[in-house]
Design a protein around this ligand. Structure first.
Ligand code: ZN
Ligand code: ZN
Ligand code: ZN
Length: 258
């Protein structure tokens, strides 16, 4: 399987507009982080995780010319507000693009993007909306998406839940504050773990900080861990030097083979 980190920034993105901090003004391209997006490829099929605001730019940069499915972790703006960019692949396709979403968020997504799913919406001739086929899942469902078997897990994310999964040797945990006790076994022993981390120090109510993410990676006995959803409080090179063996920061455009 091939993983491509399309976007590795937290909800503000980096650089943050108007911010003059060392990371936002850094020359290191790894400190430029768009909002969360991840691509999993196996057997010529491609699964996109989340549709962030910079989705078009991410797809162009990664040379993606088609998708076979989309998995939405949760409907926070930084994870879904680029959904219209899926039109590039659906406008001229025969079939609707499968989108996998937690059942608890179906109403919210249909309300927010009523022009995609609403029955009352009539598009002007010559205009397009994404043509998507929404299917829903529950916590711990097995979901077949873009040829991959996903074992879905709901992670506490403040008042909300964010959904991730294990797909064979890979686990993806984004916008989590905790791994549920009864999901530890399912996620333990992966070769590659993708996990969210905001910053060092002060715990955040809805996200892992770096220490918590590293501790979780250790508890899950992950062989290689990649931190994502990073803020401008983390300089890539500095973060890399402070992490234990087997844990590293991801950056936009990074690809790995598993
Ligand atoms: Zn987020
Ligand atoms: Zn900054
Ligand atoms: Zn979130």
């Amino acid at each position: 399987m091939k993983l491509t980190f399309l976007g590795t920034g937290t909800s503000f993105g980096i650089p943050v507009p108007g911010c003059g901090c060392a990371v936002c003004t850094s020359d290191d391209p790894r400190n430029q982080r768009t909002r969360h997006g991840l691509l999993l490829e196996q057997g010529g099929r491609r699964l996109l995780v989340d549709t962030p605001p910079e989705l078009r730019l991410q797809l162009v940069r990664a040379g993606v010319d088609g998708l076979d499915g989309v998995f939405i972790t949760h409907p926070h703006a930084d994870h879904v507000h680029g959904i219209d960019d899926l039109r590039a692949f659906t406008a001229h396709a025969d079939d609707r693009l499968p989108v996998h979403l937690a059942a608890e968020y179906e109403d919210e997504m249909k309300r927010r993007f009523h022009y995609i799913w609403g029955d009352e919406v009539r598009l002007n001739p010559g205009t397009t909306a994404p043509r998507l086929n929404l299917t829903t899942f529950e916590d711990r469902d097995r979901v077949r998406a873009a040829g991959l078997d996903l074992e879905v897990v709901a992670f506490p994310h403040g008042w909300f839940r964010s959904y991730g999964f294990r797909a064979g040797e890979v686990a993806v945990i984004v916008d989590a504050k905790r791994v549920p006790e009864d999901a530890m076994e399912l996620l333990t022993g992966v070769r590659v773990l993708v996990i969210n981390a905001l910053w060092f120090g002060r715990p955040h109510p809805t996200h892992f900080n770096v220490e918590e993410a590293v501790e979780t990676a250790r508890a899950l006995e992950a062989e290689s861990t990649y931190l994502t959803h990073l803020t401008h409080r983390l300089d890539h090179a500095d973060l890399e030097s402070r992490l234990p063996a087997g844990v590293q920061p991801a950056y936009d455009g990074l690809t790995i083979e598993v």
